[in-house]
Design a protein around this ligand. Structure first.
Ligand code: SF4
Length: 89
């Protein structure tokens, strides 16, 4: 089973608002976030600015580990009943 097939088995219930909020990030931090997020949620928009879509977040914490408080204003888990439900097998 490929990574994409495995990820497609999960269920996701998005909250009304994002559980992750970015500060202004520099070019190096943008590049790190683009590379580190396994769900590919950090992407450049048409004007080459970093855009973030919290839908599909795996709640792995990699973005928090790699850039920490210097680039994230907030990182928390989604409210109860929201977020990802991992399905294995
Ligand atoms: S917690 Fe993981 S999946 Fe969610 S935005 Fe951060 S790196 Fe991506």
């Amino acid at each position: 089973m490929s990574v994409n097939e495995s990820l497609a088995r999960n269920r996701y219930h998005p909250a009304a608002s994002s559980h992750i909020a970015l500060l202004d990030v520099d070019e190096q931090q943008q590049a790190l976030l683009e590379k580190i997020c396994p769900a590919g949620l950090f992407q450049r928009d048409a004007s080459h600015r970093l855009a973030f879509n919290y839908h599909g977040c795996l709640e792995c914490g990699c973005c928090r580990l790699i850039v920490g408080d210097s680039a994230l204003r907030e990182w928390r888990y989604p409210p109860s009943g929201c977020g990802i439900t991992l399905r294995f097998g």
